[in-house]
Design a protein around this ligand. Structure first.
Ligand code: DQQ
Length: 527
């Protein structure tokens, strides 16, 4: 599986579709597979919703989105591949039977495709329609990703009836030098409070988010800004970095994400896909590849400068035994084991406190502050610093032949501090025959340290570690394949490799969770 597609809530059921190859563990033969759930945790697989069968999607049914139209009528817009050159058009599909609670069967009407590339558009980079939003003028809008040469573009189309779509004179947004924009997502967030908003909400107390997946870097970038409804254009806020030096949803293995508004709990939920970091030959051997990550709720940071992401509250249902470690000092060079849990599958919440930041390392001005990953690969978890590195050693063997550390390192940068969060896969596995990708993923955390506290939450699950620094300000997902740190041989530690002993664990709250879901099926390499 790859991209999550068309997530929606309809009549008490959550639907998730996703790009899927029914014929193998590598990308190809793409259909929309379909799973349904009442609680976002337990999923049931149903029939494939959309699969190649018509001239307008004969060579593949690529990504797209769902919109629930007035009168409670869901409609999907997706990209159809019509020839061997991968020419792309936009199609729609509707449920065959609205009274089927699972919406198992979808119809692709004969008036497809609804949108074809005009001459100004590169027809092989023209895909992934967004959820539609309704303007005050009564016209629906969608955005479609693409590029002109190296300029990434979010095209804008309008329609009165959802059937006849006309390209707007100007795109919703575009940025030179960013390459193709895949899977755009455009939605409002509330400036006050934490409620999510329906995609069509606009107005005073709202900011907009534009996220794009850059296929050059395989990361996702977003800006916050203003949707100018008069000009029908999106304008990022002045202090936003717009492009691949900008904010990322996740600094690790996370791509082609899609959000939706959940009216049942008034929240916006984000789904992201994590591909494998191992070799294709390993995927073929195990017979599958790709996972959907734990859904996240997204809200605007009260500082208005970024989003906060947090695992959906329903995740609690998977928790078993709870272990707490409170007020435990971690001396310099020490690691303490968190015992009594299943460390191969755990939901860890930890707050680190420190007495002073005086000994924080100086941030060398020659370091590239846009390349946190390089910094983390040079200054790994064993390279002693001033305040930090401190954090967790996840999926670790007792003698540390294998471990995946998730940790902070605090720098002094003139009159402020810079906080680096790393999730380092470089020592995660002793298996490397086929060349696994083992990066030191990293991102900076824009956090106020005046309370001398830093929090971290990590969801550890065999081959994936999803971490949320400072209550979801900076998120990093790593895919790792331990061969020794598995099942009961996986351990969890808190560690401090700073020169200062003051970095200490104030509280560790540990709760094991078992993934009962068929959809969120994870794997580890055993033997
Ligand atoms: N995956 C889909 C495309 C999309 C890409 C094809 C992103 O529609 O642009 O499987 O991963």
């Amino acid at each position: 599986m790859t991209d999550p597609n068309g997530p929606m809530y309809y009549n008490g059921i959550y639907h998730l579709f996703y790009q899927y190859n029914p014929k193998g563990a590598v990308w190809g033969n793409i259909v929309w597979a379909h799973s349904v759930s009442k609680d976002l945790i337990n999923w049931k697989k149903v029939e494939h919703a959309i699969f190649p069968s018509k001239p307008f999607d004969k060579y593949g049914c690529w990504s797209g989105s769902a919109t629930v139209l007035p009168g409670n009528k869901p409609v999907i817009m997706y990209t159809g591949i019509i020839d061997e050159n991968r020419t792309q058009v936009q199609n729609y599909a509707i449920p065959a039977n609205l009274s089927d609670p699972y919406l198992r069967v979808w119809i692709k009407p004969d008036n497809n495709p609804l949108v074809k590339a005009d001459k100004s558009i590169n027809e092989t980079s023209f895909r992934d329609p967004t959820t539609a939003w309704l303007g005050r003028d009564g016209n629906w809008r969608i955005s479609i990703g693409g590029r002109r040469k190296h300029r990434g573009i979010a095209y804008l189309y309008r329609s009165r009836d959802f059937l006849h779509w006309v390209k707007a004179k100007h795109p919703l947004h575009s940025v030179a030098g960013t390459g193709n924009w895949e899977c755009p997502d455009f939605f409002p967030v509330s400036v006050q409070g934490t409620n999510g908003l329906d995609t069509s909400v606009m107005g005073q107390n709202v900011k907009h988010v534009l996220k794009v997946s850059l296929d050059v870097t395989r990361y996702e970038y977003y800006t916050l800004g203003k949707y100018d409804t008069r000009k029908d254009r999106y304008i990022p806020d002045k202090d936003m970095v717009d492009g691949w030096k900008g904010l990322r949803y996740d600094y690790g293995n996370f791509y082609a994400s899609k959000s939706f508004f959940d009216p049942a709990k008034n929240r916006r939920i984000l789904w992201g896909w994590a591909n494998e970091s191992d070799a294709v030959i390993d995927d073929v051997r195990k017979g599958w590849a790709g996972i959907q990550l734990i859904p996240r709720t997204i809200v605007l940071d009260p500082n208005g400068k970024q989003l906060l992401q947090w695992p959906i509250e329903e995740l609690k249902a998977l928790r078993g035994k709870r272990v707490e470690v409170i007020d435990k000092k971690v001396e310099k060079g020490e690691r303490i084991e968190i015992k009594g849990i299943t460390a191969a599958q755990a939901d860890v919440e930890v707050i680190f406190t420190f007495e002073s930041l005086d000994k924080a390392e100086t941030f060398d001005p020659s370091w590239d502050r846009y390349d946190a990953q390089k910094l983390c690969s040079q200054k790994g978890s064993t390279v002693q610093g001033g305040v930090g590195p401190f954090g967790l050693l996840t999926l670790a063997t007792e003698n540390l032949e294998e471990y995946t550390p998730v940790f902070f390192r605090i720098f002094k940068d003139q009159d402020k501090n810079l906080v680096l969060l790393c999730s380092d896969a470089s020592r995660s596995s002793s298996y490397n025959e086929t060349g696994t990708y083992r990066p030191s993923f990293a991102g900076f955390v824009d956090v106020d340290l005046s309370h001398k506290k830093l929090s971290l939450r990590s969801l550890i699950d065999h081959s994936v570690v999803e971490s949320f620094g400072a209550r979801g300000k900076t998120c990093i997902t790593s895919r790792v394949y331990p061969t020794l740190a598995i099942y009961d041989n996986a351990h969890l530690y808190a560690f401090n490799n700073g020169t200062e002993t003051q970095g200490y664990v104030d509280l560790i709250l540990k709760e094991r969770f078992i993934l009962a879901s068929a959809l969120v099926k994870r794997w580890q390499k055993v033997g």
